[in-house]
Design a protein around this ligand. Structure first.
Ligand code: NAD
Length: 260
């Protein structure tokens, strides 16, 4: 059963890419949505689309690496939409793409904080609201979390994505006590803004002459990057009772890219 009627979802990184597609898909399935993003103005269009579907949406402009703002924004969603059933911890950045010796400790921290600490914070402040009724938490990691794909220069990103996998599994075990399921999705190359940034940064990296041949991000199944809407299908499945016996898993959504 994939209906989400009467449910409330919080989505981080909801203004763009995968988060935006998931927000619209979950609303189409019946959920009301808390849209969390740094870029509040970009969330307006997502809010409008959700309202056209006939569902409610509220926007909180939050930096997911800031504990107080994460807590406040989750509280704001509960206050406006009344409950919390689904959390999509998805906001993320590529961060500095550079050789290890050129990444400053501050740049390292920024990537780890935005991608990994944020996942902890979002979960931490959501759980008290989900303990009574149970629910589903979905974390966006990456195929880069346990494979390199010759992406030299992405050490901070890959470390953050591996950390999300470990955190997601520990959370799945711990939160099963409250019937909260936790799953980790691992997209391959997906056609979003983050991909364009990566491409630009990789080009710059080539200039610094790292002796690596970059993969073209080819995907055996479709020979092109996936679309955010394809990832949204998986998020919908994991958010719904159709996946009621699935928790603690990593699901790859990469057109078989991780088999290369
Ligand atoms: P995107 O850049 O299109 O969207 C990311 C959103 O997160 C943006 O709206 C941005 O404003 C928001 N965000 C960034 N930092 C934030 C912060 N500190 N607080 C609040 N919001 C913040 O990128 P996307 O591709 O949709 O990325 C979503 C997730 O998917 C990320 O975790 C990314 O690592 C992961 N991912 C993407 C790909 C890909 O190829 N696109 C592949 C694997 C994993």
């Amino acid at each position: 059963e994939q209906t989400l009627t009467g449910k409330v979802a919080i989505i981080t990184g909801a203004s763009s890419g995968i988060g935006k597609a998931a927000a619209i898909r979950l609303a189409e399935a019946g959920a009301n949505i808390g849209l969390v993003d740094l870029k509040e103005e970009n969330a307006e269009e997502v809010k409008e689309q959700i309202e056209q579907i006939g569902r409610k949406a509220i926007i909180t402009d939050t930096d997911v690496s800031d504990p107080k703002r994460v807590k406040d924004s989750i509280d704001q969603v509960i206050e406006s939409l009344g409950r919390l059933d689904i959390v999509f911890a998805n906001a993320g950045i590529n961060g500095k793409v550079a050789p290890i010796e050129d990444i400053t400790p501050e740049e390292w921290d920024q990537t780890l904080t935005t991608n990994l600490k944020s996942t902890f914070l979002t979960t931490k402040y959501a759980v008290p609201h989900m303990k009574k009724n149970g629910g589903s938490i979905i974390i966006t990691s990456s195929i880069n979390g346990n494979r390199t794909f010759k992406n030299i220069g992405m050490s901070a990103y890959s470390t953050s994505k591996a950390g999300q996998m470990a955190f997601g599994k520990m959370a799945a075990l711990e939160l099963s006590n409250y019937h909260i399921r936790v799953n980790i999705i691992c997209p391959g190359a997906i056609n979003t803004n983050i991909g364009q940034n990566t491409f630009k940064e990789k080009k710059e990296l080539k200039k610094v002459d790292i002796p690596v041949k970059y993969p073209k991000g080819d995907q055996p199944l479709e020979h092109k990057p996936g679309e955010p809407e394809q990832v949204a299908d998986l998020v919908h499945f994991l958010a719904s009772d159709a996946s009621s016996h699935i928790s603690g898993t990593e699901l790859y959504i990469d057109g078989a890219q991780s088999l290369l």
